[in-house]
Ligand binder design. Structure first.
Ligand code: HEM
Ligand SMILES: *[C@@H]1O[C@H](CO)[C@@H](O)[C@H](O)[C@H]1NC(C)=O
Length: 166
């Protein structure tokens, strides 16, 4: 498993960001259009779940969300996307301290998810300056998380995503 991830990682380092985003959702090699529906869409990502709890609407500020970055032993780990807060505690191997995607733990890192960026300066809630393609990547992530993680609340101090309010 570890070796497999390392090999995948090494290979993918050379490919551009858009393909990278694509790869996170569809792992099949490119195929001619007329044959596409014959091939099962297989992803490197965990499968969707059937046992999700009803979504909760509990309010959290971004400040309160910081509590849930996994740094306290036994505490929950939350990741917010576009203000929706997901409980990713059972994937501490991915989101826990020092793990691959810990940058997104305890915060709303929507912009970084949209940009396929792990840079700390991109892991912020304000995604208002994303272009259309990065916006699609962000929406794909929201949908990905919605099918895999319980929704425990929403961020109540969302960024200005509506330029008419400026
Ligand atoms: C070097 C390129 C990358 C490779 C090879 C790669 C590979 C992978 C793999 C194999 C998984 C499944 C991991 C698991 O379930 O344990 C994964 C998940 C994920 N990747 Fe990447 N990744 C790369 C870069 C990135 C970047 C730049 C981002 C920034 C947005 C990102 C965001 C994610 C997220 C959010 C997950 C979801 C984990 C989950 O909740 O199941 N990845 N990636
Ligand atoms: C969208 O923005 C990203 C940088 O965040 C850039 O790499 C990409 O080329 C842009 N795409 C389009 C279609 O403008």
């Amino acid at each position: 498993m570890v070796l497999q991830t390392l090999v995948t990682y090494g290979l993918a380092l050379a490919i551009p960001a858009l393909y990278l985003a694509y790869r996170h959702f569809y792992n099949s090699p490119p195929v001619p259009a007329q044959r596409r529906e014959e091939r099962p869409v297989k992803s490197i990502m965990q499968a969707p779940r059937e046992d999700l709890a009803p979504p909760k609407d509990d309010p959290y500020t971004l400040e309160e969300l910081k509590e849930y970055d996994g740094s306290k032993p036994g505490s929950k780990i939350y990741v917010a996307i576009k203000g929706t807060i997901f409980d990713v505690t059972h994937k501490a191997d991915v989101y826990g301290p020092g793990r691959s995607y810990s940058i997104f733990a305890g915060k709303d890192g929507s912009k970084g998810l949209g940009m396929s960026s792990l840079k700390p300066e991109h892991a912020v809630a304000d995604y208002s300056d994303l272009n259309e393609s990065d916006m699609k990547v962000l929406n794909d992530w929201h949908s990905f998380f919605s099918k895999r993680y319980n929704i425990v609340g929403k961020v109540v101090d969302p960024p200005a995503t509506d330029s008419s309010s400026l």
